[in-house]
Each structure stands twice: as structure tokens, then as C-alpha cells.
Design a protein around this ligand. Sequence first.
Ligand code: ADP
Ligand code: MG
Length: 467
Amino acid sequence: MISNIWEQFLTIAREEAGSRVVETWFKAVVLQHWDAIEKVVYLKAPNAFVQKWIYANYMQLLHTHLGRLLNMNNIRIIFADDAQEPQAETPVEPRYKAAEVAVVDDKIATSAHVNSTALVKPSLQHGGHINRTYSFDTFVIGPSNSLSYAASHAVTERPGSLYNPLFIYGGSGLGKTHLLHAIGNEIKTKNKNAVILYQTADRFVTEFINAIRFNKIHKFQKKYQSVDVLLIDDIQFIANKEQTQEAFFHIFNALYEAHKQIVFSSDVIPSSLGGMAERLRSRLAGGLVTDIHVPRLETKIAILKKKAELSGTMLDDDVANFIASRVTSNIRELEGALIRVMAFASLTNKTITLELTQRVLSHTTPQAVPIDFNRIIEGLRKHYDYNLQDMRSKNRNKELAFVRQVAMYLMKKMTDKSLRDIGHFLGGRNHATVMHALYKIESCLERDPDFLHKIKRIESDIKEVSR
Ligand code: ADP
Ligand code: MG
């Protein structure tokens, strides 16, 4: 039974991360036992090095799939001989907040119901959860998002006929998921019989894998092909998953030909989606493509006021202004700051004043712009004469290949992105290539103090730009 579960995990990991990863890191790991009450899974790695790599790179993979295979939510993973909790481990966030409700196959269920049933039969039955709180009413329109808002709204007027597919792209925390749900909610309000399915692309991948494993491909396809509206969030996650893309391509065509509405979100424009079959990429870009940018100060203030109002609080201008100017680029973080202020005021029974807000947020210095991939490429340009296009190209010129590996190393070190994301960004390279780069650069750093010095300088330049 135990070895069977581990074998199943390896099969899934092979599809998700590739067989080289499985051979290198997971093959020699043993699933020793698990505690269903404490929700702890005990693994044993062949040595400390493998264990460290797995901590650094594959905890998410373990959490998601072992959790599912063992029918447990939010598992903790502990390596034998390892008294401490792994540092890199973050508990998997619960998918739904308490206040949310979900629409599943036209029935309304509370989140508790959805969560508990989803535990028993993980994937094939569910999916398609629409979050009621993400509606057009609660979405604040500004110059940074007006085009995407208008397109989303238009789609709900005549689903399937105007802009199909609609493709919304933009950075993290800027409202893409909110808009996808808003489309679902609005169409449902106009036509309560409409079958609407919201799914993230990585859940789609998992579902597909499970469908293959349990011989339920037919059911899987039927589920997706029988919807009226398909909302796929973060489509970039099906990069490099050839089989899943193939399956998705057929679903897409069937829905498209039946004039069913399809909406995608992504972190990049379709042409920059690495690891994507050309014919699928051209389908994604074949309708209307719109973007969402970082909002201006006025929009951020309006969003803060709206969010506060939704929780029954009126926010003064100076307070909203102060929070909005401290949090620069991500609306999710903007909301986080507001929640901290409101929580503090409520716990201490005080009203929200500018002074209180300043005090609560005093630990968060004006937020540095988070280091992202583009920033790293910019930083590298000061030291090496290659641009993003070079980095993404197939050119294997020795120096360029080395700089590309440096970029991979810095991206892994300076951001919280996965190897998969890094490879994807740098021209659709695979996981194993990035891993190889990390080895190579780490060993150069150990051997060559001048190189170490140079990399340190580059790192501080990149941080400098971010300030
Ligand atoms: P993304 O999917 O682009 O990463 P989300 O849609 O999850 O971002 O948005 C993050 C948070 O910011 C959500 O709570 C969402 O409600 C909020 N948000 C983003 N844009 C807006 C907006 N224009 N008006 C109101 N709330 C917004
Ligand atoms: Mg999102």
C-alpha cells in the first residue's frame, strides 16, 4: 500500500516535473509512514544533499500530490532523522475563505461542503468554483484595468460570440482572478442555467493526470466539453506539459466550435508563453487579448476605500492615501496592509486615524519594488552585453549560455519562483536545464573568488534598482 502510493506519486511527478527530476531526486526517497490524525507524512532521503534539494525545490509538488493521494489536506512533510521542520516549507493555503460560497454544477454549496467532499474524491467531480465575492460591483475601474474590465463585461453580454477567447494578462495581484470570477458571477446572474466552470491551469493538469491514472479520460473530456463558459486561470502553468496541452487543445476546439465562451488569464502575453505548442498558442491569441497594469495612486486609493467599505469601515482620505503610497505594485499586498490596520484598530478598540495607520505600518518600510525576472535581466545587462531576447534565444554561444546560467542562478536565489517558472521565462527551457545551471554556477562560485565577487556586485546592483 505504502509503496503503491509512492509509485503513484512518482508517476505524477514524472508528468509534472519530468523524468530526470524523478530519477535524480525522488527515486531513492522512501515513504516511511504517515499519521492521518496529525496529518504528517514521513519520508527518508538517501542523504542530506538530496533532502536539501527537495526542501528547496519540490515541497509544493509533495504537498499537492501526496496530500491528494493520501486524502489529507494541509499535510506536513518531515524527513526521518530530521527533528526540525523544513525552513522552505510553507503550509498549503486553504483554497477558500470561510465566507465564500461555491457554485458547483448549478448547485450552491458552502465552502465547508466543497472542501470536505473535495477531500474524498479529489478531482474529477469538482472544479468550477465561483467566488461570489469577486464580482464586477466590487471591482474598481481605473486606467490600468479599464480595457480588461470592459472586455470582461462585454463577454457577459453575449457569451461566446463577441470576444472568444478572451485572454487577460498582467502581473501578480492585479485583479485577473477577480475578473474571471466576476464574468462567471455575471453570466450566472443573467442565465441561471448556464454551466460555468472556473479552473486554474495547474488544477487542470492534476485533474488530467488523475483522469489518465483512473482511466477516466472520457469523463474528464465530457466534463469540460459540456460547459457553456470555461474560465481558465493562470494558463501559463500548462507550459511544457505536452499531453495536457494536447487534451486541452481538443477541449478548446470543441467549445469554440460550439460557440461557448472561453476566458484565460496569464502572467504574460500569449507570444511570450514559453513551452507551449504553437497551434495552442495561436488559439489562445486568436480572440481578444487585453492587459492589466499596476494601478496609479488614485486607483489604489479607490480600491482601498471600496475594500474598507465592503467590511463596513469608512476610510479617511489621508489614511487611504498613506497606505496606497506605501504599497506600490500589488493589490493583494495593498489589501494585506489594509487588513492589518483594520485588525489592529478593531482589536484595540480604536478608530482608524492616520497616526494609528502609520504606527501599524511602521515596520513595513516603503515597499521595495519586488525583484522580478525583468529586473534581474536589467541588472545583468550592466555587466554582460545580452538582452532578454538573447537570453531567450536558442543561441548556444558559450558566453551567452554562461550568462543565461547566471541569470537562472540569480532568479532562483533572488525570487521565490520555481525552477519551472524560470525555465519558462527564459525561452521555455525545462526544469532539468535550470537545475544543471544551478549546479554549474554554484560550483564556479566555490572555485573562483573573482567570480563570486562579481556575482555579489551584480546582486547588489539588482537590489539597488529595486529600492
Ligand atoms: P491576480 O489574479 O491578477 O494575481 P487577483 O484577482 O487575485 O490578482 O487580485 C488580488 C486581490 O486584489 C483580490 O483580493 C482582488 O479582489 C483585489 N483586486 C485586484 N484588482 C482590483 C480592483 N480593480 N478592484 C478591487 N479589488 C481588486
Ligand atoms: Mg490569480
